[in-house]
Every structure is written in structure tokens, then in C-alpha cells.
Design a protein around this ligand. Structure first.
Ligand code: AMP
Length: 301
């Protein structure tokens, strides 16, 4: 472990930036040299899904900055903020192996100096309307305000040209895109398709919570979503009865609770009754104490 620490702290390659001042100094130099900056915001516990975003940024940009910050203001009071997996040294090492240029790893005090004891009491919040109301927003009140506020803060610190987000968190992606449009931020948002395990399960830091038995159930979410998507790609079929059938089917297949399964307009996230244009099918389900989300497109024939 000591060797591990040494390698990461005295790393020759990746720059580990811990303060806003350090990031701004680095970014100023890059901007003077007209370098294209790519940003990959993450909460750490990095896996192949995150690495895909980093690889995409390295391909497209001159300089890639990843962030690792478990954002307290996007977790509800009964959610897993304190138990969320944290493995900073390993993450930095993996980013270094990918040849990521820098990683911003702020403390809570660094990002919320006025509200260290309760960052939820931050006075300035950016809130995207409508898109945050349904789907995950309905079950995680305040989550998306916390997310968009922290993403905006990160944007203002890093000032990237391109920021990379995964389709795995489809609602989050649409909210960030909307925020960028509405606030005229000079940032291009790049969507990266969901990276999956060999059996189709969307890779997630929270998959680590699953027991061996639950892990065998989990990929059925994706296979069932693909079934629904296939059925509804035929035009003229009413969505609701199909969704109801699959809700039952998910429960029969071992999921303990269905939070939602919904078909929405792919951009506005409003409910769709019949699929006429490309739509998005999204679901959030529980296995024991673990919440899984996934989504797939529905492309009409
Ligand atoms: P998180 O650390 O969970 O906040 O995720 C950071 C970024 O990685 C977000 O833009 C996620 O959508 C993206 N991401 C997480 N898992 C995956 C995955 N399996 N495939 C693609 N992107 C992902």
C-alpha cells in the first residue's frame, strides 16, 4: 500500500489537483496555448464506464481533466452518501494508466466553504425545471438540483471546451444539456453510450453492493428493456399495457420493487402514449437494498 501511495502522490504523469486555485492556474496556461480541454466529472469508484468517457476525451481533446468528488448535495438524507464506495488512490492510478492529464479531487470544504457542516444549505442553486420532475426526479427529490449545481460549479472552475457524460444516466445527461443551452455556457456536451458487462448489465459503482445471487438477476433488467423496445418499435402499439406487463415480468424475474418503467420523448422526457418518433425507455428497480437504473432507445420501424 505504501508503494501504491508513493506512486500516486509522486506521479510523473497525471497531475493531482486538490484546490480550485491549482485548477485555475493549470487551465489558464492551457487556454493561453489554445488547448482544447475535455472534462469528465465523476464520483470516483471508477470502472470501465468512466474509462470510456476518459478515453473519448483523450481522443478528442488536447488535455483531459477528470474529477473525483462524491457530491453531498445530490444525495437525499436516507441515501448512500456515507457508504458510497471511495477508492481515491486506485482511481488516480487507473486514470494515470489511461494517460489522463489531470484529476481534480477537491474536499467538501474546498467546494462548499460556507456550508461545510451542511452543504445542503448552500444559498445558490441552479434548478432545471420540467426535465427534473419525472422519472428519477420523482423518487429522489432535490437530487437533480444538487447534481446540476455541482456540475455548474465544476464547469465554472475547469472551463472545459467539451464535457463528457454517460447515457447510463440519461435524465442527468438531458438536464445538463438543457442547463448548458439555457445558460449559454460555451461548452459542448458529449454523450457516451452505456458500457455494459458481458451479460448486458450496465456497469455502475453501485453494482458492488449486489450479492452473488442478486448479480445473476440484475442483467435481466437490460434484456427486459430490450424486449419492450423491440415490441414498441412497431408503430401504433399503446405503450402503457406493454409497460404494465413488463412491470409484472420484472417482479417475477426476481426484482423486489419497480420504482418506475417509462417511455418518454428522447429530448423533453415527457411521457409518450404511442411511439411515433424515437423515444427513450427508462427504468429504476430495486434488488434488495440496491437501486439499479438503465435505459434504451426505442426506434420506430
Ligand atoms: P458517476 O461517477 O456515477 O457520477 O458517473 C460519472 C459519469 O460516468 C456520468 O456521466 C455517468 O453517466 C458515466 N457513467 C457511469 N456509468 C457508466 C456506464 N456504464 N457507461 C457509460 N457511462 C457511465
Amino acid at each position: 500500500m505504501e508503494g501504491y501511495l508513493k506512486k500516486s502522490i509522486f506521479n510523473d504523469n497525471i497531475k493531482v489537483l486538490r484546490t480550485i486555485k491549482e485548477v485555475r492556474a493549470e487551465v489558464n496556461e492551457l487556454k493561453k496555448r489554445n488547448k482544447v480541454i475535455g472534462l469528465v466529472p465523476t464520483m470516483g469508484a471508477l470502472h470501465d464506464g468512466h474509462f470510456e468517457l476518459v478515453k473519448r476525451s483523450i481522443e478528442q481533446c488536447d488535455y483531459t481533466i477528470a474529477t473525483i468528488f462524491v457530491n453531498p448535495i445530490q444525495f437525499g438524507p436516507n441515501e448512500d452518501f456515507s457508504s458510497y464506495p471511495r477508492q481515491e488512490e486506485k482511481d488516480i492510478d487507473n486514470l494515470d494508466k489511461l494517460r489522463c492529464d489531470a484529476v481534480f479531487v477537491p474536499t467538501i470544504e474546498e467546494l462548499f466553504p460556507d456550508n461545510i457542516s451542511n452543504p445542503h444549505e448552500i444559498l445558490t442553486v441552479v434548478s432545471v425545471k420540467k426535465l427534473t420532475e419525472g422519472l428519477c426526479g420523482k423518487f429522489r427529490p432535490g437530487h437533480f438540483d444538487g447534481m446540476s449545481t455541482e456540475v455548474l460549479k465544476t464547469f465554472m472552475i475547469v472551463m472545459p471546451d467539451i464535457a463528457y457524460f454517460g447515457e447510463k444516466d440519461y435524465q442527468q445527461l438531458m438536464i445538463v444539456k438543457q442547463m448548458v443551452r439555457d445558460l449559454n455556457l460555451p461548452i459542448c456536451i458529449e454523450a457516451v453510450p452505456t458500457v455494459r458487462e458481458a451479460d448486458g448489465l450496465a456497469i455502475s459503482s453501485r453494482n458492488a453492493y449486489l450479492t452473488g445471487e442478486q448479480r445473476l438477476i440484475a442483467p435481466k433488467l437490460y434484456t427486459q428493456l430490450l424486449d419492450v423496445s423491440r415490441q414498441l418499435s412497431e408503430k401504433g402499439i399503446k405503450c402503457l399495457p406493454v409497460l404494465e406487463k413488463y412491470e409484472e415480468s420484472l417482479l417475477k424475474n426476481g426484482f423486489d420493487r419497480i420504482e418506475y418503467i417509462a417511455i418518454v420523448d428522447k429530448d423533453k422526457l415527457t411521457p409518450v402514449e404511442y411511439v411515433e418518433n424515437e423515444a427513450r425507455l427508462l427504468a429504476a428497480v430495486w434488488i434488495g437494498d440496491t437501486r439499479l437504473i438503465d435505459n434504451v432507445p426505442i426506434i420506430p420501424e
